[in-house]
Design a protein around this ligand. Structure first.
Ligand code: ADP
Ligand code: MG
Length: 489
């Protein structure tokens, strides 16, 4: 998209926390949310004399990611030390991969709102350890900060894209696709608010029609798709304003605060660290066998694109609906659980994408935290499909389930919502209404056949009223026509 005659160029570096139980070089737990420093062992604390032991599961997860994006898997990769001082890095260096990353070139296909597809090239992905966290809030006054080393040593892959994206929509689509891939193959829990995926966004602009890359800035550590979109929009505007005013973009690292909507410079390239990388003498090269790769390929869970195609074929969903329901592993699983318990894919799709997702969004909940379980939603759908309740009543029942009032059947029972489908009872209501409205009946009989359809609506209204909205409309319609037809003869 052309913007004021400028073209935007974007490349992403993405940190993905791997869902291993223990850290990449120690046996300490990686569980989120523990008391500070209760999950940092001697290795994570960089005690002298300790040695790292590489977590095989972390290596396997990295390989699985490589297989998922059709990348080259390095048969030999190696760890290096990236030296810098920071309080949350007790070792004084981060153990990471530079020259020999485990995952080489690959591709990720994204789909845009207009339905078009685009391939984004992955430069490589490497294994590394996360750092600890500095705590500046809560109990900490402005005079001092705390250090929590629970996160130190959590395994990460850093995925580095080529600068192939041309606007915020493409960058967000790419970020979402990566989220979908890593959660689908189960190598990351995808909890963005807990920092499980963090995005660094490199942005530059250049005059439309030119091919040389402009100077870029890097906005670090974005952990929501919305913030990412905002940060890109602002940075593009800032760079264009700067250049049009005769200035120059300087290569720098920036921060964007999604809550205050303020972006600021953190450090420029001139002040950037010289990391003095060198091969880590404590760790042997990582050798991956053909058998390991073959086995991981064989057991790789279903990928988002394959799942989308399957949803179209198996549940007769539109490509669009299938795309939404399969984009997120947890949503896909929820949907399929609803279908398996209700046997109605169309209603399962409508309710999962409609009422449920609107509710979850409004309360900022992930589907895994939904107050209405898939089994409960299936219970509601069963009552809609067997005509026990109307679509309108179903919304009320859903509200009740959301509020924790029990299953659909419990709520229908408690509120006396059940649709009247008993034909004896319905026949009586129909007969009563006709008997009470002789003028309407007379009018119906005497009208032209082409006008009768419209007049049925009047009867329907009165019957539904008489049944307090609980009569099954299809059945009433049938019974009414039968009755009136006999009067016509
Ligand atoms: P460095 O080695 O300095 O970190 P890289 O070449 O590895 O730089 O690029 C880091 C990230 O920045 C990659 O995702 C890449 O696609 C992106 N990138 C590089 N140059 C540009 C540019 N001019 N505009 C936008 N993104 C860029
Ligand atoms: Mg880099």
């Amino acid at each position: 998209m052309s913007h004021r005659g400028w073209e935007t160029v974007i490349g992403l570096e993405v940190h993905v926390q791997l869902a291993t139980k223990t850290k990449i070089f120690s046996g300490a737990s990686t569980a989120f949310g523990a008391e500070p420093n209760t999950q940092a062992c001697a290795i994570d604390l960089a005690m002298p004399g300790t040695l790292p032991v590489l977590n095989k599961q972390a290596v396997n997860y990295a390989i699985m990611f490589g297989l998922a994006i059709d990348a080259e898997i390095a048969r030999e990769s190696a760890f290096e030390r990236k030296n810098y001082f920071y309080p949350d890095l007790p070792k004084g260096y981060q153990t990471t991969q530079l020259e020999k990353p485990i995952v080489g070139r690959g591709n990720v296909e994204i789909q845009l709102a207009d339905g078009s597809k685009k391939s984004i090239r992955i430069h490589h992905a490497h294994l590394e350890e996360d750092a600890g966290k500095s705590l500046h809030e809560g109990n900490f006054s402005s005079n001092f900060s705390g250090i929590d080393l629970n996160r130190a040593g959590t395994p990460l892959i850093e995925i580095v894209s080529e600068p192939d994206m041309r606007n915020a929509e493409e960058a967000v689509a790419f970020a979402k696709k990566l989220h979908s891939i890593v959660t689908s193959i189960g190598i990351c829990d995808g909890e963005m608010s807990q920092g499980s995926m963090r995005f660094d966004v490199n942005v530059s602009v250049r005059p439309r029609g030119t091919t040389e890359l402009g100077t870029r800035t890097e906005t670090k550590n974005l952990n929501s798709f919305k913030f990412m979109e905002e940060a890109i929009a602002r940075e593009v505007e800032r760079q264009i304003d700067l250049i049009e005013d005769g200035g120059k973009v300087i290569q720098e690292t920036r921060l964007y605060n999604g809550d205050t909507k303020v972006a600021r410079s953190m450090r420029s390239k001139e002040e950037a660290n010289d990391y003095r990388y060198f091969p880590c003498p404590d760790l042997l090269p990582v050798i991956v066998s053909e058998e390991t790769i073959a086995e991981l390929r064989r057991t790789l869970p279903e990928l988002p694109d394959a799942r989308q195609a399957r949803f179209v074929a198996q549940y007769e969903l539109s490509d669009y609906d299938a795309g939404i329901l399969s984009s997120d592993a947890a949503t896909a699983h929820y949907f399929e659980t609803v279908v398996s318990h209700s046997n109605n894919a169309k209603l399962a799709a409508n309710w999962t994408m409609g009422e449920l997702s609107a509710r979850l969004n409004s309360q900022d909940l992930s589907v895994a935290k939904s107050p209405v379980s898939a089994e409960q939603l299936a219970g509601l759908i069963a009552r809609i499909s067997d005509s026990s309740i109307s679509g309108k009543m179903a919304k009320d029942v859903f509200d009740g389930m959301w509020a924790g009032q029990g299953s659909a059947d419990d709520i229908i029972e408690a509120r006396g919502l059940k649709q009247v489908s008993d034909s004896g009872a319905l026949e009586k209501i129909v007969a009563d209404v006709l008997a009470a409205n002789p003028a309407m009946v007379e009018d119906y009989i005497n009208s032209d056949e082409s006008k009768r359809g419209k007049k049925l609506g009047g009867f329907m209204g009165k019957i539904m009223q008489a049944s307090k909205g609980q009569a099954n409309p299809q059945q009433v319609n049938q019974l009414l026509l039968q009755k009136l037809n006999t009067l016509l003869k």
